[in-house]
Design a binder for this molecule. Structure first.
Ligand code: NAI
Ligand code: MN
Ligand code: ZN
Length: 339
């Protein structure tokens, strides 16, 4: 089989490898589609602190089960599945309270262990989530990015009364817009970014208002509009954003961060306590595949609005380049694995 391997930072090769045999409790998935995510690019460029090389990247993938390991029901052969990249021990403290996404021995497919940019991948059977027939392949491959928003919203519990503000109109900001509007019916969703084309995508994904903070001050603009967000999601993740979010937040607002920067950021206690703000963080997803699959079935979210490019996996270098350089036109780039 062919696998997309990052041998070391900046060295991507399509390597011939042995088709893997599923171990006990695993299935082998014949991959049909995979999505490129920022973290794939970070591993490729040597900017991911968790990655070990060589690595088959890819943690957003969909395919068909075509072999099962010992102890896995053979009835699963032929099942269409989306794969949850979060592999956890099942018994540590976070696992025991339903947070396998922060398992003390967390393994993420495509980061700590070989992932889905490959013609075949072996994964734990319980990570392979069946996809109902009415959900098309291209939607199934988009489950993982929506689980990130499902995890964020599980933390901050949006309500219909919220006035939400999302920093960033990249894939993470846009999935969050769709979830806030389509699933939680949030009254008003405002998206802030510096790229006009991305703000247009936010409007197409259901945002009620967009603000370009390259040309004007967000704090000033919200004051003029008399808007105090009650829910803020930082899907841009610059370390300076948290203090600004604290400043613009309504009393008793919830703020969610999801960035991994190791740079310090300066925040004041007063800004948080005086308004009794709640600050949440969110990493990957805690068992959110089933709920996102339900949202897809109920057509509450629409991945089609986010898919901008498709490439054969053999064109992966080009696909990565487009993904990294063309932020004005690019959102989700899919890789297709055909016969
Ligand atoms: P992206 O880079 O495509 O999008 C980020 C957007 O934020 C860009 O459009 C950029 O113009 C905008 N932006 C940057 N600074 C800004 C600012 N100060 N104000 C307003 N807009 C600003 O990235 P993507 O894929 O959407 O991911 C967003 C972030 O989420 C990344 O930092 C990524 O590491 C993080 N992430 C976290 C996950 C988690 O589980 N915690 C999972 C996936 C991504
Ligand atoms: Mn992803
Ligand atoms: Zn664990």
């Amino acid at each position: 089989m062919k696998s997309i391997v990052i041998q070391q930072p900046n060295a991507l090769v399509i390597e011939e490898r042995q088709i893997p045999q599923p171990a006990a409790g695993e299935v082998r998935v014949k991959v049909k589609l995979a999505g490129i995510c920022g973290s794939d690019s970070h591993i490729y460029r040597g900017h991911n602190p968790f990655a070990k090389y060589p690595r088959v990247i890819g943690h957003e993938f969909f395919g068909v089960i075509e072999a099962v390991g010992e102890g896995v029901d053979a009835a699963r052969l032929g099942e269409r599945v989306s794969v949850d990249p979060v592999v956890s021990c099942g018994h540590c403290y976070p696992c025991s309270i339903g947070k396998p996404n922060v398992c003390t021995t967390l393994v993420v497919l495509g980061v700590h262990r070989d992932g889905g940019f490959s013609e075949y991948a072996t994964v734990p059977a319980k990570n392979a989530h069946p996809i109902p027939n009415e959900i098309p392949d291209e939607f199934a491959v988009m489950v993982e990015p929506f689980t990130i928003s499902a995890n964020v919203t599980a933390q901050v519990k949006p309500t219909e009364q919220d006035v939400a503000l999302i920093y960033g109109a990249g894939p993470m900001g846009l999935t969050s817009v769709q979830v806030l509007k389509g699933v939680f019916n949030v009254r008003e969703v405002i998206v802030v970014d510096r790229i006009p084309e991305r703000l247009d995508m936010a409007l197409r994904s259901g945002a009620d208002r967009v603000i370009n903070n390259a040309s004007l001050s967000l704090i000033g603009e919200l004051e003029t509009l008399k808007i105090k967000p009650t829910l803020i999601i930082d899907a841009a993740c610059h370390p300076s954003i948290l203090q600004e979010a604290i400043t613009i937040a309504s009393p008793t607002a919830r703020i969610a961060i999801m960035g991994f920067s190791s740079d310090p950021c300066q925040i004041s206690q007063q800004g948080i306590t005086s308004k009794e703000l709640a600050i949440f963080s969110s990493r990957l997803n805690a068992n959110k595949f089933p709920i996102v699959i339900t949202w897809l079935k109920e057509k509450r979210i629409d991945p089609a609005k986010l898919i901008t490019h498709r490439f054969d996996y053999q064109q992966v270098v080009k696909a990565m380049e487009v993904f990294e350089k063309d932020q004005t036109r690019c959102c989700k780039v899919l890789l297709t694995f055909n016969e």
